[in-house]
Design a protein around this ligand. Structure first.
Ligand code: ADP
Ligand code: MG
Length: 697
């Protein structure tokens, strides 16, 4: 194992390299941009571009790429070489400030939700100097934002950067008012815990459903699933450990602080958590992490699956978005401190978040909606589709005392007595973990747990930042003219917590009672993407983004269209894949097996009338009956897919049709298919079983 501190960031044009390679004035100017968000001068860009290129070429690079995050949900890159023609047919390696700042991918094929017609196909990528450039596969990667010729935003990164700016300026303003004059910048930080499956490539290659859709569309349960809970935190298999070690190294080289790794609940499921970073860097790093996971798996003869629900009957994969806000002076604004009861600043931020989550629960719900995540939310493994907040005993008691005007008594940090002399005693955390809550306070941060594993975390984070910024702005407006600041703060806190306490729920989110209780409280419960997504364009939500300068109404409507279209397309691909598997492989396999059984029965009887053909005829009977239902259901599903054409001009109606009609039939078809799998000889079944896939590494 090489020297980790030396290896860490070796592929990143990080602060140390900038300091070494840039003239002092350039370095200082760039730092001002990075730290304070000040605009960048072209002369600075030229010097930075040159230094970046020199370093990249020394590292063996021949190309650079503007790396961006379009609305496809994955990252995009177009590579250009550094070569530049000079006299005599010679070339030199060149990279200008202009090339660093602006790229022009012909972007007509990226989703734009109708914003950009193909005849005006220009799209621009713009360097994001706050996220460092890095090297992969002999290419210099430059993190960028992506917009259209007319300036409409076409990516996930720009709204995130805008929301960070917005939150910073509003929170700084408020903190100044509260006496924290030295705060010049407030940043949001994120630590995303990433779950994934790792399966053998040989199995994967035999499953068209995994190849085309990322999840299995057929598959009877294996005799063993996750019921023994022996995989969670279990000892890591050698082959998986080798993958994880290489993954860590690759990520460290890229400056990603991979920190924690362990086996997860389902067989073949694992998790990686990094040390948290500023939101935009955390977003870039999470995208990189997912890509590096996939590439590293390949090298080990494995496939990394990031789909939210690759296997029915065992847990799917999510992503926990740990989120906090801190100042440039090093203060975590969500840290309650020793005396939260007298910490009005903390209470004010807490109240803003409670109000934001309550008023915009629909946005938080829809930002985690996807075809994949629909299989998890509301099922017994992920937080439910109902958004609520968990504060824990201590903060819960604090909030109660504020609302009721009573004394607050902390539960305090109890000493944990292990009762064994050689084991050190330690302080317990003040709150236990409530794993069922979608939005839980965990000491000095909130953990938004409803994200799907493949989601780009930019969206939930820009929504979170925007809604909290908006509430803070309202508080600021009310407080700025107050005669008695402290009294005004207390009044806002008490009023806000009283009005919005309905979003707080410390109990079991998985219980049936909660569904009823949440309904009584008037909380939303949107079970699928079409149900949730229609609220994207509710007036209050459009107003929020427009008021805070994050997205225009046209951009929101475009995003809404893209989300619905993507959902319908994904369900269509799933349905077509199922039909294909059913007609080309499953039905023929069962027919072959049944005819083998018949041959066997006939042959037996020819040998002697007295031989029993009970087994053969019973199986033939059962399978024939199921096969008939299966073939009819396949035809029905085909018809249903064709029927979608009727809704093609209404994205919402189309997505609801896919959910309510097509998806329902897929479910029914699968049930029959899986029942046939359990009755068909493994020698004839065309696909590897759940047992082989989930326990095959
Ligand atoms: P658990 O699984 O117990 O919830 P992990 O250690 O797996 O916890 O992950 C916790 C995540 O929270 C880590 O990524 C960590 O860096 C992140 N985190 C810790 N403090 C902050 C903070 N102030 N802001 C954002 N994320 C944070
Ligand atoms: Mg964890």
């Amino acid at each position: 194992m090489s020297n980790v501190p030396e290896m860490f960031g070796s592929m990143v044009f990080n602060d140390k390299k900038m300091q070494e390679r840039l003239p002092v004035t350039t370095y200082k100017a760039l730092k001002k941009t990075i730290k304070n968000g000040e605009p960048l001068d072209i002369s600075v860009a030229n010097a930075v571009a040159n230094a970046m290129k020199e370093w990249a070429v020394e590292m063996g690079c021949t190309h650079y790429t503007h790396w961006f995050q379009p609305m496809t949900g994955i990252t995009a890159e177009k590579h250009d070489s550094f070569i530049y023609p000079v006299d005599d047919g010679q070339i030199i390696m060149e990279f200008s400030g202009k090339e660093l700042i602006k790229g022009e991918p012909d972007a007509s094929s990226f989703p734009s939700g109708g914003i950009r017609a193909t005849f005006e196909a220009r799209g621009y990528t713009t360097w994001d100097p706050t996220s460092p450039a890095f090297i992969r596969d002999r290419t210099l990667y430059i993190p960028t934002a992506f917009c259209s010729y007319t300036g409409d935003i076409l990516d996930k990164k720009t709204p995130l950067l805008r929301s960070m700016e917005r939150l910073s300026s509003v929170a700084s303003e408020l903190l100044h008012l509260l006496g924290k004059k030295d705060v010049t910048r407030v940043t949001t930080t994120v630590g995303p815990e990433q779950e994934y499956f790792l399966i053998d490539k040989k199995m994967y290659d035999k499953r068209p459903d995994l190849i085309f859709t990322g999840r299995t569309l057929f598959g009877a349960p294996a005799p063993k699933g996750q019921e023994l809970e022996d995989h969670y935190f279990g000892s890591i298999k050698t082959r998986v450990a080798a993958f994880m070690n290489e993954l860590d190294e690759e990520l460290w080289k890229l400056g990603v602080m991979a920190k924690t790794k362990h086996n997860e609940v389902a067989p073949s499921q694992h998790e990686l958590a990094p040390v948290f970073a500023t939101s935009n860097i955390a977003t870039d790093h999470n995208e990189l992490t997912m890509e590096v996971m996939k590439k590293t798996a390949e090298k080990h003869g494995l496939v990394c699956i990031l789909h939210e629900k690759p296997f029915a009957g065992v847990n799917g994969s999510g992503k926990h978005n740990n989120w906090s806000i801190s100042t440039n002076t090093g203060e975590n604004l969500l840290d309650p401190g020793k005396n939260p009861e007298s910490n009005l600043q903390f209470q004010l931020f807490l109240a803003a978040i409670v109000k934001a989550v309550h008023e915009y629960q629909d946005l938080l719900r829809l930002t985690v909606a996807s075809a994949g995540n629909d299989h998890r939310l509301g099922a017994n493994e992920a937080p439910p589709a109902i958004i609520s907040m968990y504060l824990g005993d201590d903060l819960g008691a604090l909030v109660d005392s504020i609302i009721n005007g009573t004394d607050y008594r902390s539960h305090g940090k109890a000493e944990m007595l292990t009762g064994v002399d050689v084991l050190p005693d330690f302080k317990k955390d003040t709150s236990d973990r409530n794993r069922t809550s979608p939005f839980a306070f965990t000491g000095n941060k909130f953990e938004f747990r409803a994200l799907g594993s493949s989601l780009n975390i930019a969206c939930p984070n820009y929504m979170l930042n925007t809604m909290v910024a908006d509430e803070l702005e309202q508080f600021y407006e009310e407080l700025k003219n107050a005669n008695d600041l402290e009294a005004a703060e207390k009044a806002i806190i008490k009023r806000t917590l009283t009005e919005h306490q309905n979003i707080i729920f410390n109990g079991d989110n998985y219980s049936e009672e909660w569904v009823r209780e949440a309904e009584r409280r008037g909380l939303c419960n949107y079970r699928s993407l079409p149900e949730a997504m229609q609220h994207y364009v509710d007036k209050k939500n459009i107003d929020l983004f427009v008021r805070n300068g994050i997205l225009t109404e046209a951009e929101i409507r475009a995003r809404y269209e893209i989300e619905l279209e993507t959902y319908s397309k994904q369900l269509r691909i799933e349905a077509l894949t199922m039909i294909d598997m059913a007609e080309k492989n499953i039905t023929p396999a069962v027919i072959t097996f049944v005819s083998k059984l018949s041959d066997a029965a006939v042959a037996k009887k020819q040998l002697s009338e007295s031989y029993s053909v009970y087994a053969e005829t019973t199986l033939i009977g059962e399978l024939s009956e199921k096969l008939e239902a299966f073939v009819k259901k396949t035809a029905q599903l085909k018809e249903a897919v064709d029927g979608a054409a009727e809704y093609k001009n209404d994205a919402l109606a189309l997505s609801s049709y896919y959910r309510n009609t097509v998806f329902a039939l897929m479910d029914e078809l699968r049930k029959i298919g899986d029942a046939m799998e359990t009755k068909t000889s493994a020698a004839y079944w065309p696909y590897p079983s759940y047992g082989e896939i989930l326990f095959g590494v």
